[in-house]
Design a protein around this ligand. Sequence first.
Ligand SMILES: Cc1ncc(COP(=O)(O)O)c(C=O)c1O
Length: 395
Amino acid sequence: MLQLASGMSRLGTESAFEVLARAKALEAQGKSIISLSIGQPDFQTPGHIVEAAIKALKDGHHGYTPANGIPQVREAVAADLNRRHGVEVDPGNVLVVPGGKVTMFFAMLMFGEPGAEIIYPNPGFPIYESAIKFTGATAVPLPLLEENGFAFKAEQLLGLITPRTRLIILNSPANPTGGTASKEEVQKLVAGLAKHPNVTLMSDEIYSEMLYEGRQHESLLRYPEIRDQLIMLDGWSKTYAMTGWRMGYSVWPKSLIEHATRLAINCHSCVNAAAQWAGIAALTGPKDDVAKMMKAFDERRRFVVAELNKLPGVSCITPYGAFYAFPNVSGTGLKSKQLEVSLLDEAGVASIAGTSFGSYGEGYLRISYANSLENIGAAIHRMRGFLEARRKAAE
Ligand SMILES: Cc1ncc(COP(=O)(O)O)c(C=O)c1O
């Protein structure tokens, strides 16, 4: 028997990739599958960004870059954060990484070890819990409840902090719920953290430009009193439909940026050079394509929520961020995972069980509306057929 490190048995996964593989296998057998499971925009990267990468390659940007990213991209990130959040960020504190996930993994490696506690949102992005457990740290769930719009409550979060707490993870707008944190709760949290200067906060703001109905993003960067404790995660994947480019960035406190850069040097050396030039074009270029994409997402969001609420046994609160709806499916009489499997196998609709995002996701399903209105409509029709047939059979 090969002897694996113990952490490997604690490493989880992201079910979206498994559902995708199963959906592809069913399609290969000739079945028609509509995917509402994918966590990436169904849009192409805007043309001027692609052109910038091609130009970079033609101009000979083929080698290693500085591990933290070329100065121009870090300056563009700082300028973009200033434009969006009205904050000053030193480009020296910015680390460009191959995708948002890398920031979270680095943060866990930096703070996680047996005996340490890390607080994470549940339901939440599955890699948080997985990576925490991998390090041997204790994963402490912060329950995000439907009755609170799936947003955190500062008092509850502060109550979970113990002398062993090293790191708190926040995510707004959120995957899988589309929940958004309110300014009031963020302010309460920041005030409460004054008593915990040794606790680090990792704020995952990767969906910060994906908000609806005039909701404003409240970046944790806006609070100078916690800047020495804050790791802010963001990136290009969602906003610019660039998931495959593997471009993310993070802002680190002065005391941590050297450690984070050292992890980058040990792990991946640097991010693909041409992708970094594309990243600059994204941040400094026209935003019309982003606006068009958000308009389409908004239209689908309204449609999918209204339609989900008409399904038997299903109710869905309105999400104000990201591109996910998180309907309550407990009235269907099926557990989340059973419903996910049955919808895929029997109705040809790929969705993801709420439990794939943590134990508090039982009774829910994640519906990604990164698909055309037409396909979403067809998927809802199939779901209705499946649920009504079940209901009739039970009568
Ligand atoms: C909340 C959240 N954070 C981070 C990521 C990772 O993004 P990336 O593809 O840039 O690694 C995702 C991707 O689904 C996400 O949903």
